[in-house]
Design a protein around this ligand. Structure first.
Ligand code: NAP
Length: 215
């Protein structure tokens, strides 16, 4: 029997948007994944804590956004682990929970993938799973291809570029739009839009909020 193929969609998801959902669905279809598990970072390793919304809010928005797709699941694995959410620890945990009959595909933004050699235990990480680097068409294509060529020998399971037009949507832009009172309709699912307004997220920048709490 062929090994089950599991997509692990890593991100901060602050907030999750249609670009992420289209990426996960495109990866599922193109790489014949059985399931895609969204893994919101608990503590993103390379971000200041006050720059990121609470993990519980990001998790709940991810659950709401993925609820209608039977192939999508959401995991609390990084939220429940103490300390920074290193990808290598997440992949180790999935691999040991699921055993050898599973092929793992880590899906994330190409910008993040470009930095992978600087991540914790990158040699082990690169050996553990396949990588899908999602980018919008044309964006830094040459730079991404160069980096992929440079590291592909260290990545025996393959590293792939996936172009996703919907990735023109970005979480940074959505947070700015909310702060400026602009609409975010059609950028995020309605349930996520409602959650953002009900929870009062992004009304002021996270760092400004942190500063206000300290003073
Ligand atoms: P980021 O630096 O905030 O994002 C980089 C770019 O990738 C942004 O354009 C972002 O767009 C996009 N992006 C992020 N996740 C995506 C996804 N799943 N699908 C499509 N585009 C995506 O990256 P991040 O969210 O903090 O980190 C991405 C993943 O890499 C996470 O799982 C994180 O834990 C992992 N990571 C691990 C280490 C480590 O182990 N040392 C270090 C850094 C990152 P949006 O802002 O619109 O999402």
């Amino acid at each position: 029997m062929a090994a089950a193929r599991l997509g692990i969609m890593g991100g901060t998801f602050d907030p999750i948007h249609y670009g992420h959902l289209v990426t996960a669905e495109a990866a599922r279809v193109e790489f014949r994944l059985d399931v895609v598990v969204f893994v919101p970072s608990g503590i993103p390793p390379h971000k200041k804590p006050y720059d990121v919304s609470p993990a519980e809010d990001r998790y709940l928005m991810t659950v709401l956004a993925t609820a209608t797709n039977p192939y999508f699941k959401v995991s609390r694995i990084e939220m429940e682990r103490e300390g920074p959410s290193y990808t290598v620890d997440t992949i180790r945990e999935f691999a040991s929970r699921l055993g050898p009959g599973i092929q793992l595909f880590f899906i994330t933004g190409a910008d993040a993938t470009l930095e992978i050699v600087t991540w914790k235990d990158s040699d082990e990480l690169l050996r553990q799973c396949s990588f899908i680097a999602a980018t919008r068409p044309g964006y830094q294509r040459e730079k991404i291809e160069e980096e992929v060529t440079r590291i592909k020998d260290r990545c025996p399971n393959g590293i792939y570029i996936l172009e996703v037009p919907a990735l023109a949507i970005s979480s940074t832009d959505i947070r700015r739009r909310v702060r400026e009172g602009k609409p975010i309709k059609y950028l995020v699912p309605e349930s996520v839009e409602s959650y953002i307004f009900k929870a009062g997220l992004y009304k002021v920048s996270n760092s400004a909020q942190a500063l206000a709490c300290e003073t």
